[in-house]
Ligand binder design. Sequence first.
Ligand code: MG
Length: 174
Amino acid sequence: MLTNKVQDALNAQINAEFWSAYLYLSMAMHFEAEGRAGVANWFHIQFKEEQAHAQIFMNYVNQRGGRVELKPIDAVPTSWASPLDAFKATLEHEQKVTSLINELFALAEAEHDYATRDRLTWFISEQVEEEDNCRQLIDKFRLVGDNGMGLYMLDNELAARTYTEPAPLASSAE
Ligand code: MG
């Protein structure tokens, strides 16, 4: 059984993952409207990934005999000055998510809930990747600056991103 403290923290994390999904969907819609199809595609995949993160936590709560409580999702920003601006906001947001996951890990340890701690290790590595991806894209957008050809090529690069089901969901289907 999950302790109330752990269950509440997991439910808060589920809400945070849905907020992330909502944020990236908002970015996808904004850049689609701005004619940046590749950037929009990248954020649309990010939106799907965040929904998968929420799903992993929801599956886990149910697996442990807990109760998922879906809370309202707060409003998200709706416009960004440039893709660079949006990727900077994304990095900042993902750094916040990393600290949430770390706090959750510390709570699981304090509550001697080693199954939850174990589930969280996948998220810890995932956050390293999320932050690194963002940093690389920020570097690329800084490098091209206002260069039209550079921006066009970068948009094509982001258009090629495809969605892959995160490992914990792929394996829970077995
Ligand atoms: Mg996430």
